[in-house]
Design a binder for this molecule. Structure first.
Ligand code: KIV
Length: 327
């Protein structure tokens, strides 16, 4: 009896009319606090081997950022190969001005949410500024936290030749590293802002050296940000690991975009880099829906009877009488 009383179906059956009892109620939810997750994904989980196999087949590798459970969930269901918990989190999810402010603990918290949602894609978490530059040992300690606590499968860090010993240290401990070269936003102050890299012979040669160094250090792939397409393509051809381009043209081995940007989930007037294509207009749709909700609450059009829980007329009359008897 006690266990029956805990089951929503049993409770509903007690009060519902016979026609309501015919409704399939097994999955009825009684609260807005129900878990978001489903297990619709049937594909085999992407591993580092899958990524290498895509690269060998010359099939573009698809990467997108996610910063929480819902954004990871939708990206996973869409079949992305890699989901990156980028430190763009700082701006697009936490409202900070740049990535220098976000903390390792905050990155780990968001990695956890993304990892919970991701059943198919390979997950990568960014090491934020300050969590890896002091020494390879510091970097390894941070990387271990991102894997153990954040539950993602690999880490990303910014930097080329100078970061090669750090990448070697982390990969040597069995943690896959996605490198990030070209424009490295965490160093924007040293670069004089968000500037395209590799535009001259010497800068492009430095970029090539960075690419070769991170490859030699054991990175499984490298993000290539804001580099002329021709340079990115030629360097991609010189490497034996995939390049994941962002603002680096179509000659890379794959592409990455920040989800909030490509979904158009931001207010009009926000600056967008040239390379971002808006594949949707989530902001407009969200605004429309929330405004309609507001209007319907104000006019009492919502909630309608179909949004309420049923009770038999007799039970209600019984209750109303009890209320009256108390007066
Ligand atoms: O932080 C981030 O989202 C990134 C991608 C843009 C590559 O580094």
């Amino acid at each position: 009896m006690a266990s029956q009383m805990l089951r929503p179906r049993t409770i509903l059956s007690t009060f519902a009319t016979s026609s309501q009892r015919l409704t399939p109620l097994v999955n009825a939810r009684w609260s807005s606090h129900s878990p978001l997750g489903t297990t619709l994904t049937t594909r085999k989980p992407v591993t580092i081997n899958t990524i290498q196999s895509l690269y060998r087949k010359n099939e573009p590798i698809t990467v997108i950022t996610a910063h929480d459970f819902p954004s990871a969930h939708v990206a996973d269901h869409a079949g992305m190969d890699i989901i990156l918990v980028g430190d763009s989190l700082a701006m697009v999810a936490m409202g900070m001005d740049d990535t220098s402010e976000v903390l390792l603990d905050e990155m780990i918290l968001h990695c956890k949410s993304v990892a919970r949602a991701t059943k198919g894609a390979f997950t990568v978490g960014d090491l934020p500024m300050g969590s890896y530059e002091i020494s390879p040992e510091q970097a390894l300690a941070s990387a271990i936290r991102v894997i153990k606590e954040g539950r993602v499968k690999a880490i990303k860090l910014e930097g080329g030749k100078d970061m090669a010993p750090t990448i070697a240290k982390i990969t040597g401990a069995g943690i896959p590293v996605l490198a990030h070269i070209g424009l490295t936003p965490q160093r924007q102050n040293a670069l004089g802002g968000f500037r395209v890299q590799g535009k001259t012979r010497s800068s492009a040669l430095r970029f090539l050296e960075d690419a070769l160094a991170v490859q030699e250090a054991g990175a499984f792939a490298t993000v290539v940000e804001a580099v002329p397409a021709e340079v990115a393509e030629l360097v991609t051809k010189k490497l034996s690991i995939p390049t994941i381009g962002i603002g680096a043209g179509n000659g890379c081995s794959g592409q990455v975009l920040v989800q909030v940007d490509m979904l158009g989930n931001f207010p009009p007037g926000r600056f967008l880099p040239k390379f971002v294509k808006k594949f949707g207009n989530v902001w407009e749709e969200s605004l429309r829906a929330i405004e309609q909700y507001k209007d319907e609450v104000k006019s009492r059009a919502y909630p309608a009877p179909e949004h309420t829980y049923p009770m038999t007329k007799e039970a209600f009359e019984d209750f109303a009488k009890a209320v009256k008897d108390r007066e």
